[in-house]
Design a protein around this ligand. Structure first.
Ligand code: ACO
Length: 348
């Protein structure tokens, strides 16, 4: 089977920079609190109206496609990972297909939150390996700013996340041993509600606890009242300490799994690009794996946590900075809501 390689990569982040001090204008927080606990110094927020998850994905995709030396017309499949789609349905894949005037190719949306890009990459890799497609566009894009609360009650969540997009074009690798060596996907739904956004979802009890007199009609019509919306019932929830504990266990596990399957060890990694969840999580994982600073790439300081976009944005910045060269062993890893976690080993 022919493996797949990243033939082009691009990223896009919105122009609007919000520093930690900017956030402290809206809520009780401080630069010191955010830096010490997350490493984040600033993040980008999309324009409320002019930019969407899809438009940012399009910008990243244009760069990836150009760098792959092809045109949008050559793309034969789209995999779009996001937890913040433009619409509840349809997904962003078809919106990107329309926006980029692509052929009537298949467009698949992947959820899987912070692991979304690696799940998407894994799906695309299988299609290349089977010979079904030759130019697959894989996108991770997020517009978190629209659904976060910038008041003190949600400050543990809203200081962490940022907006942006990354994209790659996967093609069959030209040489044996080049490209994606393996991908590894895992999940454990036992703690699904510890990092979640319940609304709008069919599990109405999560956001609309049953109460006398409501709903008045037998079917449908189950909408939030303004009071309920204002109470914060529709906001993302995160049990920060629980996420931290699970992440620092699963990141090394799934990285070591990838290394073992390929007969490699941590010392063979030229660059680890972890999902930018939190700088403390990345540093802890680095320490557990015994990797020096120059073998781990972090940019959460500038962009915050962009969930499904964080791995391709970081990989692209690392590549643009010359930190990824032909022949290098690159390890991508992610952990997030679900919980889901994943890794990919790439011979560049
Ligand atoms: N600014 C100032 N104070 C805050 C803020 C804030 N932004 N957020 C919370 N606090 C306060 C709390 O109200 C609390 O105050 P209290 O002691 O008076 O009640 C105090 O800080 C401690 O709150 P905790 O929630 O216990 O804060 P903790 O020290 O655990 O840090 C954090 C929170 C940073 C989220 C931490 O739990 C963490 O790093 N968790 C990992 C989760 C994570 O990184 N998720 C990333 C997204 S998910 C993913 O990508 C996998």
């Amino acid at each position: 089977m022919q493996s797949s390689k990243i033939a082009g990569i691009g990223y896009y982040v919105p122009k609007n920079v919000y520093t930690n001090d900017d956030l402290s204008r809206f809520m009780e927080t401080s630069d010191q609190w955010i830096r010490e606990r997350t490493g984040i110094q600033e993040r980008r927020f999309a324009d409320r109206y002019a930019e969407t998850t899809t438009t940012m994905g399009v910008e990243a995709a244009k760069i990836a496609i150009e760098r792959a030396g092809i045109t949008a017309q050559d793309i034969d499949f789209i995999v779009f990972a996001t937890l913040s789609p433009d619409y509840y349905f349809p997904g962003c894949g078809v919106l990107l297909q329309r926006e980029m005037k692509m052929k009537e190719v298949g467009a698949l949306d992947v959820r899987n939150q912070c692991s979304g890009f690696l799940y998407a990459l894994s799906v695309a890799d299988q299609y290349i390996k089977t010979g079904m497609y030759k130019n697959i566009l894989v996108v991770g894009s997020e517009k978190h700013s629209f659904a976060m609360d910038f008041e003190t009650r949600s400050r543990n969540v809203s200081v962490i996340f940022g907006d942006g997009a990354g994209a790659v074009v996967l093609q069959p690798a030209a040489k044996a041993g080049q490209g994606i060596l393996s991908t590894h996907l895992h999940s454990d739904g036992a703690d699904a509600e510890l990092l979640a956004m319940y609304y709008p979802g069919s599990h109405a009890n999560k956001w609309m606890p049953e109460q006398p007199g409501y709903p008045e009609q037998e079917l449908g019509g189950l909408f939030m009242t303004c009071e309920q919306l204002e109470s914060g019932a529709a906001l993302p929830f995160m049990d920060g300490p629980a996420v931290f504990k699970k992440a620092v266990a699963k990141f090394p596990e799934v990285i070591n799994e990838a290394l073992a399957v390929n007969g490699l060890k941590a010392g063979d990694i030229d660059l680890l690009v972890p999902h930018q969840a939190n700088l403390r999580i990345s540093q802890y994982v680095q320490q557990l794996l015994g990797l020096p600073d120059d073998k781990v790439f972090n940019n959460i300081q500038k962009y915050g946590n962009t969930t499904a976009a964080s791995v391709p944005i970081a990989l692209c910045e690392a590549w643009e900075a010359g930190k990824v060269k032909e022949g290098d062993l690159v390890c991508l890893a992610a952990f997030g809501s679900g919980f889901t976690w994943a890794s990919a080993l790439i011979r560049w």
